[in-house]
Design a protein. Structure first.
Length: 150
């Protein structure tokens, strides 16, 4: 599952994964209902684009959903830092919540301020600097049976 606050970044990530042979399945109805309970109505796509005005707390709430683990092997947090959130805040939220994520999460941060986020967040979750590198890393992991299925 790709969880993002940027439709473009999410689509680019999904495209690279799809071209590398990974399935990008839509969320099943049980997960869509769980997302609705978080106030995310109409969230029935993968990538799950929550919009540019969505704060990091909402994305981490999604990553903590038990229903996510029931249907996906891992999640990608594809996030573009916005002017409304400092890199310190984004990093602090991930530090406080990453243990609650229901499945392995790989971070992909892009745009203004992303370098500072990556430096701090990489202490808590693995991060990549591009969707191409993400797809290559997952291909490598799949070769070693590290819980990544196509």
């Amino acid at each position: 599952m790709i969880v993002t606050n940027s439709g473009g970044l999410g689509v680019l990530t999904a495209s690279h994964l799809d071209l590398s042979g990974f399935e990008i399945p839509k969320p099943p109805s049980k997960l869509v209902k769980a997302l609705s309970r978080l106030g995310l109505r109409g969230a029935a796509s993968n990538p799950l684009d929550l919009g540019g005005d969505t704060y990091i707390e909402t994305l981490t709430d999604v990553l903590a959903l038990r229903e996510l683990k029931e249907h996906y092997d891992l999640a990608v947090l594809a996030y573009v830092p916005t002017a409304a959130e400092t890199y310190e805040k984004i990093s602090k939220v991930i530090e406080e919540r990453y243990r609650d994520f229901s499945l392995p999460v790989i971070g992909y941060f892009a745009g203004e301020g992303s370098y500072d986020v990556v430096v701090r967040v990489s202490r808590f979750i693995p991060v990549v600097s591009s969707s191409w590198i993400l797809s290559k890393a997952l291909i490598f992991m799949r070769g070693f049976n590290v819980g990544v299925e196509s």
